[in-house]
Design a protein around this ligand. Sequence first.
Ligand code: UDX
Length: 453
Amino acid sequence: MKIVVLGAGYVGLTTGACLAELGHHLTCCDIDHARVAALRQAEIPIYEPGLAELVSAQMTAGRLEFSANAEDAVRSADAVFLAVGTPSDQGGGIDLSFVMAAAAGIAPHLRKQAVLIVKSTVVAGTAQQIKALVDKTRGNSDIPVGSNPEFLREGSAIGDFMHADRIVIGADDPRTEAVLREIYKPLVRTGIPLVSTRTVNAELIKYAANALLALKIGFINDVADLCEAVGGDVTAVADGIGRDSRIGPGFLAAGPGFGGSCFPKDTRAFASTGRQHGAPQPLIEALIDGNDRRKRSLAQRIIDATPDGGRVAILGTSFKANTDDVREAASLTIVPALLAAGLDVHAHDPQPGAAKRLLDGISWHETPIGAVRSADVTVILTEWDEYRSLEPNRLAAAMRGRTVLDFRNVLAGEKVASAGLHYHSLGRPSVVPKRAARGQGTPAGLTIAASPA
Ligand code: UDX
């Protein structure tokens, strides 16, 4: 099939390259000429494992090209995917202006057999709104609009596409459903279930899935607080509940609160849609609030653990491992709070590009050990493998103070403590050296239970 993807960002690029891999002929379009020029040289603007190789292989195979001229590209397309950005608007909802502009821009140039598919994450009813706009622009209703949400995680997007748990297609007419089934046939053949429903349901599935996953994270973070208060271990609790097949083991890792380009934005949009339609989502409202509060209370925990004017090493600024993305990362709340408290902040991240542009007033280091040198407190904020394999003795030798705050529960407390460090993680008992000298290490009064914001 001849497919055009509008928007060569994270979702558009991954989708385009993967659809090409399935054997379709893809043109990825973007209004950013510089981006298109770079992509034509197989230069990928984002960090996503395997994507550069896949793009370049598909280009070589002649199945993937890039264009800044969407109007021209869509003229012969069987299907056009909208994969442009849908940022949060002022009220927590979704700004649909990019999607609408993209749809209106290409509408007059579509052949009448084409279908338009919304890939961007949009609130319930948007596909139908786009359909109305396209109909108006063309002066007839020959182009159907479908919905095909993505469930790609940054860092494992290609695997998530090729080995999806399910493919969701939303169609309000048989033609759109047939085209989407045809597009995904190679994946369905591998055994991936295809969920076919109306567009409004497909749109709701995307939001409800992300809201429920985010709720799991918010819930386990609350359980971690309780574990700290009563001396439990959240890892054991998560393992015990996760083995119940109705609950499942995923998304039960306690951490510094969820971030990234999806969960915060999508939960806000879900709650906002609920308010707008008189169907409030109190669980999600509470989740959003609790997640924000968690980031602030963990910042306070670091401040309480650090001597006045002391030095803090932040290991990991990305919102999670294997990405350079810092959108809504805990670091964006925590680092400014530490600076406001007068602390000297040193940081390391294996992919620090975006963080360096957003976090002012801190010192960056090329290696984790460089960042922790002379630190009073070391904080692990992202679960990069590089930090999992940190050698506690090297950490202890480099640091000035003795406190390690592991907000991703990646280190083994006993090993850290046996190197002479005071180890505090989330929802797990703290481990301190057997013969810790009084007054050394964690300042008296550092409560390990979550402090209310
Ligand atoms: C998410 C969804 O998983 C994906 O389906 C959707 O298309 C986009 O949003 P992504 O934002 O890439 O993907 O990251 P994900 O791996 O889901 O993690 C989101 C956030 O939750 C991160 O901040 C992560 O650190 C945090 N998280 C995740 C936890 O704190 N604990 C967990 O157990 C899992």
